[in-house]
Write a new protein. Structure first.
Length: 267
């Protein structure tokens, strides 16, 4: 039993410890199977540093290797074709030259001011992930350990659409104003939906998944000209709100919907 365990069992345990982990915030991310995991949170331009600890399991025996390295990887993966991944970030640090491990070892690493252009995401068909990958290169089979990280991007606002007037930052409110070019318009019901749309693939192979994250009823019946309807959206728990970059007060979005009607001179 000891022979078989030494032959097929793990010959070396690989652990990754991040510098400042005790003070770093964590975030939640859904896995492919729907489970929720917590990992350390990083932002674009932040350095990633720490220590790789190698614990040799077979005491007194030598672990031959062809080199040890650590990589910082940003990867896009389609669930339907996991063999075809796209690595948009791949930084490598060599930790050790070819040699032997006869006892436990530790190696420091640092990736300075790493560019992280996209936010971590797990959808219905695609996953965008960041991770550290430690590889002990061997002749027969490499020993590999991946350490997941989560990346959030600070919010940016899109360009203003001419058909919708938006004012952001006035008394912590978001004002949305609709203008109609007809003097008579019948409105029976109005609701506001938050929709997440995921598109993967290119050309005819494009796949689109749409999910309604939240739905709010604004009015039931015809509005009065010039009426202002206050709206407050509680976004806590929705997948597109980051815990770290927006504090609790940012999770509720007070706003007002104004509905003026602009008569058409021809009518």
């Amino acid at each position: 039993m000891s022979f078989l365990g030494g032959l097929f069992g793990p010959v070396c345990q690989i652990d990754v410890l991040l510098n400042g982990a005790e003070n770093r915030k964590t975030a939640e991310l859904k896995t492919e199977d729907g489970k929720v995991e917590k990992h350390y949170l990083f932002y674009d331009g932040e350095s990633v540093s720490g220590k790789v600890n190698l614990n040799v399991k077979q005491g007194g025996k030598r672990l031959e290797h062809q080199g040890i390295r650590i990589e910082f990887v940003g990867q896009i993966e389609l669930f339907s074709d996991k063999s075809n991944t796209h690595e948009f970030v791949d930084l490598v640090k060599e930790l050790a030259l070819p040699g032997e491990l006869t006892q436990n070892r530790s190696y420091d690493f640092e990736f300075m001011q790493v560019e992280k252009p996209y936010e971590s995401y797990t959808g219905a068909n695609v996953r965008l992930r960041y991770f550290l990958r430690v590889t002990i290169v061997r002749r027969l089979s490499d020993l590999v350990k991946e350490y997941e990280l989560i990346v959030h991007q600070l919010a940016t606002y899109p360009d203003i659409n001419n058909s919708i007037k938006m004012e952001v930052g006035i008394e912590d409110c978001l004002h949305i104003e609709f203008e109609y070019n007809k003097s008579k318009i019948k409105i029976q019901h109005m609701e506001l939906q938050l929709i997440k749309k995921e598109m993967t693939g290119i050309g005819p192979s494009t796949t689109t998944e749409t999910e309604t994250v939240a739905k709010y009823e604004i009015m039931d019946g015809a509005p009065v000209k010039g009426e202002s309807i206050p709206i407050r959206l509680f976004l806590a728990g929705d997948c597109f709100v980051e815990e770290s970059s927006r504090e609790a007060e940012k999770k509720k979005l007070p706003s007002a919907l104004r509905i003026p009607r602009v008569p058409n001179p021809a009518t």
